[in-house]
Structure formats: structure tokens, C-alpha cells
Design a protein around this ligand. Structure first.
Ligand code: SF4
Length: 389
């Protein structure tokens, strides 16, 4: 990047001006990671000070049986496959009962597109889970699942969302977005939910008063321009509805798992590598700089490892997800030694050791508890430091 363009971009960022598509592509072309981090950190600090939010949540996947076969997905199983599973409602309730007393504020539920489960299963399971965990926010279903419920029930999304909200739904999840540009999407996504339906369903959820996250799956066969286009579509929708609370760049994962049948389900890993830590940090930074109207950028540490998660706090990220005891979707595709268990105390140490103040939030980003500001460097270094994976 020439010095003139660099100065121009800096001036825009410090003046709080909205960046364009060309600006976003130019930022991705820069190899100066420290510079990108400094710009993103400025924006992040303007919006969120030195706070890092997190929530104490658990993930629940009711079924891994899916009618689709997305090329990047190692989670889905076909009916009858050895490790295919579908929970009876009683089983989901039994698992929820085991979570009582964990001081959770959120249960995060996403599933395969099951070919034969009736639509009524989903509001019933939410209602039963809410009865067991009344103080816990139910954040459930991707827009792809809501679109699937339309297909299997014959009902419009309007009625589906009303019924799910009546049963306890408090937020949709942000999944199913992947990369919206058809040039890429046609090669990786195998279901019928594309930008038109994904945005229709989130718009509708926002009109009903739900707040939702938005995501992007990066680091596979897309190019930086596709990431920029993806973010700008979401930014435009956010201008219209204001319903997105957070943007979550999700790092594409290879499938290294020896599954029960020895199959590798991921069909694109021969064509691509995974995003490096530097690429991930750049993606966090550029996303923060482009997304002037979404309050938070999240790092889902399960996909990055704890070292990148900690560094990301200086690259635009102000939200870490989460205290996850079990997360099947990434761990079906992970052999990097990322722990699958993190607890509140681990997160506090991770955030404070990076020089930030931890703030526990709920699903709606309301503050549950503020913790002490970062402890001093001298204090941090007076005891041996834990080495993060
Ligand atoms: S990404 Fe979702 S819809 Fe696609 S195959 Fe996997 S579980 Fe099914």
C-alpha cells in the first residue's frame, strides 16, 4: 500500500468516516498487521473502552442428522450412519438438568436439518428446556433452520418465530451465513437458504424485537473481496434494522477427525488451507473497521485457540465466546488440542492478563457482572504465568 492511501485510510478511521468496499479490499492487501491492529483497536476502544465481554453458556446440538451436505461441514450425518444421533425431548431435558447450578445465562442450540422430525418437536423442546432452566436465555436455530421449518411445516417464518418465541426463544443464532456471494456460496453450501432468505428471516426477527448475531465463515476458497462484500451486505441490513449486536468471523476448519466410519466429510479441504493466525487477526481488524454500525466483534476461541483469542483483543475484538463445556460442531473438525472446556475463572485470567477488564453479559448484552479492571503488570508477573494452548 502506498503512503498516500495509508494516510487517507488512517484519516478516515480517526475521523469516524464510513469505509468503502475499495477501502476494505485495500486494508486486506496490507501486510502491516501492527498498523491494522492499531486502527482496529482505536475503533474498538472508542466503542467499548477496555472492556471485554463474555457469557457463561453451554451448547446443545439436538441432532446431527441433516438433509444437506455442505462441502465444509464435518458435523452432519445421514440417517442410519453409525454416529448419527437425534435426542428425544426427555434426553435434552436430562442434559439441561445437569446444567442447573452452573450459573449459565445462555443455552446455544443449533442442529442439522433433520428430514423427518416434525416441526412441533422444536417449540416443544424449547418449552421443556425453559421449564428446567427458567433463568437461562435460549439462543436457538440458524436462519437456515427457520427456513427449513417453513418447508416442513408449511407455515411462514412470521408464525414460526411467534410460536418459538412463545415457547421461550430469545435470540436466533448467527449461523448459515457462510459467504453470501454466489460465486463462492454455490461451491460450499448445499441447502436452499441464501442471502435473500437469510436476510429476510433476520429482518423479521429484528422486527419482532429479537436481537441476533451475524457471522461469516472465512479462510476456505473465498478471497478477501468476498469477505468485504459479505460484511457490506450485513452492514446495509444493520442500517435498516439495527438488530445485530455482534459480528462473529468463524474460521473454516479442516476435518481431521477419524470418525466412527473413517470418513472425511469435508469436501473442500484438498483445495484450501486454513486461515493462519495472522490472517485471522487481519480479518478481525478489517471487519471491525468496516462494521461501523455493529457494537461488538466476537472471537469464538474454540476455533482459534486461546493465544489467538487473547491477541484478537488488540485487533478489534471485544467479546469472547464463552464458557463452553461441550461444542460438537467445531470439535468434530478439530485436532489442534484446543481445550473444549473453559470456565469463568479461565476466561477472567485470559482477559485480565491481556490488559482488559472482563464484563460478564447475557444474550442481550446486558451486564450481568463487572469484574476488576486489569491487574497491574507487576502483579501479573509476580506469579508464574499459565501458558495458554
Ligand atoms: S452446515 Fe448445517 S445445513 Fe450444512 S450440512 Fe452441516 S449441519 Fe447441515
Amino acid at each position: 500500500m502506498d503512503a498516500g492511501l495509508r494516510r487517507e485510510l488512517e484519516a478516515k478511521v480517526y475521523a469516524g468516516e464510513r469505509l468503502t468496499r475499495e477501502d476494505g479490499i485495500a486494508l486486506y492487501e496490507s501486510d502491516d498487521l501492527v498498523w491494522l491492529g492499531r486502527l482496529a483497536h482505536h475503533v474498538r476502544t472508542e466503542k467499548n473502552g477496555d472492556r471485554v465481554m463474555f457469557n457463561v453458556n453451554r451448547h446443545l446440538n439436538l441432532t446431527n442428522v441433516c438433509s444437506a451436505s455442505c462441502a465444509y461441514c464435518s458435523f452432519q450425518r445421514k440417517p442410519g450412519e453409525k454416529d448419527a444421533y437425534t435426542m428425544r425431548i426427555e434426553e435434552a431435558v436430562r442434559l439441561a438438568k445437569q446444567m442447573e447450578g452452573e450459573q449459565l445465562t445462555e443455552l446455544h442450540i443449533v442442529n442439522g436439518l433433520h428430514p423427518t422430525l416434525p416441526w412441533k418437536y422444536y417449540p416443544r423442546v424449547l418449552r421443556e428446556l425453559k421449564a428446567v432452566l427458567p433463568g437461562v436465555n435460549l439462543k436457538a436455530f440458524t436462519a437456515t433452520e427457520i427456513h427449513w421449518f417453513e418447508k416442513i411445516s408449511g407455515l411462514p417464518a412470521d408464525q414460526i418465530l411467534d410460536e418459538l418465541m412463545d415457547a421461550g426463544l430469545e435470540s436466533l443464532t448467527g449461523g448459515g451465513a457462510e459467504i453470501f456471494d454466489w460465486e463462492i456460496r454455490q461451491h460450499i453450501v448445499d441447502h436452499a437458504t441464501h442471502w435473500e432468505d437469510w436476510s429476510r428471516i433476520h429482518r423479521l426477527a429484528h422486527q419482532k424485537g429479537l436481537k441476533t448475531p451475524c457471522t461469516m465463515l472465512y479462510g476456505h476458497i473465498e478471497e478477501p473481496r468476498h469477505r468485504v462484500d459479505h460484511v457490506l451486505r450485513l452492514r446495509e441490513l444493520q442500517d435498516e434494522t439495527g438488530g445485530f449486536q455482534v459480528f462473529i468471523p468463524l474460521r473454516y476448519q479442516h476435518d481431521f477427525v477419524d470418525s466412527a466410519d473413517g470418513k472425511v466429510r469435508n469436501r473442500i479441504q484438498a483445495q484450501t488451507t486454513m486461515a493462519s493466525p495472522a490472517e485471522s487477526l487481519k480479518t478481525f481488524a478489517v471487519s471491525r473497521l468496516l462494521f461501523d454500525n455493529v457494537p461488538h466483534v466476537k472471537c469464538f476461541w474454540v476455533m482459534h485457540g486461546l493465544s489467538v483469542a487473547q491477541l484478537s483483543l488488540n485487533f478489534g475484538v471485544d467479546d469472547l465466546d464463552g464458557s463452553v463445556v461441550e461444542y460438537k460442531i467445531t470439535h468434530d473438525a478439530d485436532s489442534y488440542g484446543t481445550p473444549n472446556t473453559m470456565h469463568r475463572e479461565d476466561l477472567l485470567q485470559l482477559i485480565q492478563d491481556a490488559g482488559f477488564q472482563p464484563v460478564e453479559r447475557n444474550t442481550r448484552y446486558e451486564v450481568v457482572r463487572e469484574y476488576d479492571a486489569p491487574i497491574s503488570l507487576a502483579e501479573r508477573r509476580s506469579v508464574p504465568q499459565q501458558v495458554w494452548a
